[in-house]
Design a protein around this ligand. Structure first.
Ligand SMILES: [Zn+2]
Length: 429
């Protein structure tokens, strides 16, 4: 996918927002149709049937008829795709789209271009023997920095061309989020080829250092600065105290959202750049296997049994999510398919990468690692990443076994437990 910032004029933006509204309306209708299903009932209508229904609905509804039929139909197509991919996409069952939050629509190109097979021969119709033509989006390069795309009802809309060549795609998707329009062309880029040097790298992801590499590099995901956090808190405080429904309240929360969007942009940019570097320079990338969803579960508990240190856990969760661990791993896998491995995470931070001894006393502090067995000294994160690179970590947990007929009593802590976070300051942002 190649995504660019889009800069429509005021009039064009108005038309595009209307497209968003139509696409959302049609999508939500489709969601409603399928939400009706219960075991024993007939399944909801498929794409072809929905398209027929859309034509009928356009005849009765003037607002819908005023919109673009292609945009509305593509919303149904998107829904059909989301529905078929619901078990593999990770997004699950397609759900409701909300105004201001999910603003976007898909456009199918109006140009017709001859299609070719992967070997370069022209694709022919099996019956008639004539050349098959496929759709293509209409794009035009203006100069080195700017290009234009045809959007139905808007004519040419400019977008910032931040790549050397124009993308060739059948469809594109326009989104409006955080007050910025984006255009994403539906192209799957080729995988990055392995350099062929046989280099294996292990990556230990942490909160202090986002990614410690086994070759000693320490990469950090940029966070919001202290000043920016102070600004967020200031606007949050003022908005919270402003009268209900006032302009001041809305403006305050808009400023908070803008700053948080900046944080997300920064994180995404870093993940993209880092995953490209990893895919280009290493033959095999090993990550420790983390279940981030479980790790960042809330500690709140229930009303009867409230959890302990809920605020602290929430802060840690926020810090974990702010480092984009999941995104880095996913993007690396997408750029270097088949060259990313998962290593079991237990004890990677306690195992000595020189002799393999596992002991919590080796971990002197958050950053320092001194092996109690062989005296190997290293930075703790680097030591962990070396273990990951070697594919080492998980061994069976040391078990407290009871004698014949005895009952196991938990006495004291195991010697293979990480130092807990008493000394580590969790940034409570
Ligand atoms: Zn050792």
């Amino acid at each position: 996918m190649s995504r660019f910032c889009m800069y429509p004029t005021g009039g064009q933006a108005g038309v595009m927002l209307e497209h968003c509204a139509h696409a959302r309306y049609v999508w939500n209708l489709a969601v409603e149709q399928h939400a009706h299903w219960r075991p024993g009932r007939k399944s909801g209508p498929g794409f072809a049937e929905q398209c027929r229904q859309l034509t009928e609905a356009r005849r009765d509804n003037a607002w819908l008829a005023a919109g673009n039929a292609d945009v509305q139909q593509q919303a149904l197509k998107d829904f059909a795709k989301a529905k078929t991919a619901r078990f593999v996409s990770g997004f699950g069952e397609p759900t409701w789209r909300k105004k201001y939050r999910h603003e976007g629509f898909r456009v199918i190109g109006t140009d017709r271009v001859p299609e070719f097979r992967p070997d370069g021969s022209p694709k022919l119709n099996a019956k008639t023997g004539r050349q098959v033509h496929g759709r293509s989006v209409v794009v035009r390069k203006l100069n080195r920095r700017w290009a234009q795309v045809k959007v139905p009802g808007c004519g040419w809309v400019r977008f910032r061309l931040c790549r050397a060549e124009l993308p060739a795609a059948k469809t594109f998707r326009v989104t409006f989020r955080n007050n910025q329009w984006h255009i994403a062309f539906a192209v799957i880029p080729d995988a990055i080829e392995a350099p062929g040097t046989g280099k294996v790298i292990g990556i230990d992801r942490g909160v202090k250092i986002t990614a410690a590499l086994s070759d000693g590099r320490k990469l950090n995901c940029p966070q919001l600065t202290t000043k920016e956090w102070a600004q967020i808190r200031k606007h949050q405080r003022r908005a919270a105290r402003a009268p209900k429904g006032s302009d001041r309240k809305r403006a305050g929360y808009a400023k908070v959202a803008k700053l948080k969007a900046r944080e997300a942009d920064r994180r995404k940019d870093w993940c993209e750049k880092t995953s490209t570097i990893l895919a280009r320079t290493c033959d095999l990338v090993r990550f420790e296997k983390l279940n981030i969803k479980n790790m960042t579960a809330s500690a709140k508990g229930t009303v009867e049994q409230p959890g302990k240190q809920v605020r602290q856990k929430a802060g840690l969760n926020r810090a974990v999510l702010a480092h984009g661990w999941g995104l880095l791993r996913r993007r690396t896998e997408e750029k270097a398919p088949g060259r990313v491995e998962a290593v079991p995470a237990p004890y990677t931070s306690l195992r000595c990468s020189a002799c393999g001894w596992i002991e919590k006393n080796s971990r002197k502090s958050q950053a320092e690692f001194v092996c109690v067995s062989c005296g190997f000294t290293c930075n703790a994160d680097e030591n962990a990443s070396c273990n990951v690179a070697a594919g080492q970590g998980g061994i069976p947990r040391p078990r407290r076994t009871a004698g014949a007929g005895g009952v196991t009593v938990a006495t004291g802590r195991s010697s293979a437990r990480e130092p807990q976070s008493t000394g580590i300051g969790i940034p409570l942002a």
